[in-house]
Write a protein of this length. Structure first.
Length: 277
C-alpha cells in the first residue's frame, strides 16, 4: 500500500495511512520528510513497533539525540520510557518543546503508545508558525533580534523530586549550562519563522529588564495555548506520532489515573537560527 495523508486541521497535523514504518522504503522516508514540513505532526496508527524497529525507523531521519534525563528502556538505552499513573505536574502537562536546554535541540520526536488508560491521556499540538504569524507586526519587530535563555533546572529538579530522574542536579547544571536561542526561529528546511519559547525551559528574555521579561514572556507562553492553531490526538495502543520540534509544541493532557506507557525517541537537530542570522 502507498502512503496516504489525511489532514486533521487546515494547517496542522495529518493521519498517515497505508504504511507500516518498519517496512518503509527510501521513497517512503522521503515522502514522510516532505509531509512533516507541510503538516508538522503525523499520526501513524497501529504500528506496534518493538524497540528495535522503533529505533531503526528513527535513525533513518538522523542521529539519535539521547535525552539527558528520564527513565530509559532496558533493551534500548537511546529510548525514554514515559510510564505514568499520576501525571499532573510532572512536566509534560505544559506546552513545551523537547530538550531546548541544549545548544542543538532535537529536530523530531517519535512517540509510540504502548499501554493506555481506558479514557484520557490525549496529546495536544500547537503550530508555532501560526503563533508567530498571529503576533502583531509591532511585536514581531520587537522579538526578531531577541534571544531567550533556556535552562533545564526547573524541569529537572521536578523530575528528581518525583523520582523520574536519578541524577545529581549540580552535575547536570555544569554539563548543561543555560543556552540562548532566538525567539524567532527560522526552520532550516522550510525557511518559515516559528515562535521559539516554551514553558518548561525558557526562563527569561535576554536583554530586557527582569520586570520587562516577567511581563512579556508569560504573555507569549499563554499565546501558545490558543485553540485556533492546535490539534488534539486521541491515542490507540500501537499508534506512532512524529512531530517537528522546530515548528510545534505539545501538551500531554493529565486527565487519567491509570497507567499510561509511551516509548520516545528524539532525532538530533541543528543549532537554532534566527531571522537576522
Amino acid at each position: 500500500m502507498s502512503l496516504t495523508l489525511e489532514p486533521v486541521t487546515p494547517k496542522l497535523g495529518a493521519r498517515a495511512l497505508g504504511l507500516r514504518v518498519a517496512d518503509a522504503t527510501d521513497d517512503d522516508i522521503t515522502k514522510i520528510r516532505a509531509a512533516m514540513n507541510t503538516y508538522k505532526v503525523l499520526f501513524l496508527p497501529d504500528q506496534r513497533l518493538n524497540p528495535e524497529e522503533h529505533l531503526r525507523f528513527a535513525k533513518r531521519f538522523g542521529e539519535i539525540d539521547v535525552a539527558a534525563f528520564g527513565p530509559k528502556h532496558a533493551d534500548c538505552p537511546e529510548m525514554t520510557v514515559l510510564d505514568q499513573e499520576a501525571p499532573k505536574g510532572e512536566g509534560a502537562d505544559a506546552w513545551h518543546t523537547d530538550n531546548t536546554y541544549v545548544k542543538c535541540p532535537p529536530s523530531y520526536t517519535i512517540l509510540q503508545s504502548v499501554m493506555l488508560p481506558p479514557l484520557g491521556g490525549d496529546t495536544c499540538f500547537a503550530d508555532m508558525y501560526a503563533a508567530w504569524n498571529l503576533l502583531s507586526p509591532v511585536m514581531q519587530d520587537l522579538l526578531r533580534p531577541l534571544t531567550s535563555t533556556h535552562d533545564l533546572t526547573k524541569t529537572l529538579a521536578r523530575a528528581i523530586a518525583d523520582g523520574n530522574a536519578k541524577v545529581d542536579l549540580g552535575d547536570m547544571q555544569k554539563t548543561y549550562p543555560p543556552v540562548h536561542h532566538p525567539m524567532a526561529r527560522v526552520h532550516s528546511e522550510t525557511g518559515e519563522t516559528a515562535m521559539f519559547v516554551n514553558g518548561n525551559f525558557t526562563t527569561k528574555i535576554d536583554g530586557l529588564t527582569p520586570a520587562e521579561s516577567e511581563s512579556l514572556l508569560p504573555m507569549l507562553l499563554a499565546h501558545v495555548g490558543s485553540p485556533e492553531f492546535q490539534c488534539r490526538h486521541r491515542w490507540s495502543e500501537g499508534d506512532l506520532t512524529m512531530w517537528d520540534n522546530r515548528s510545534v509544541q505539545h501538551f500531554a493532557v493529565p486527565d487519567y489515573t491509570s497507567r499510561r506507557v509511551m516509548h520516545r525517541l528524539t532525532v538530533a537537530g541543528d543549532e537554532p537560527r534566527g531571522v537576522l542570522s
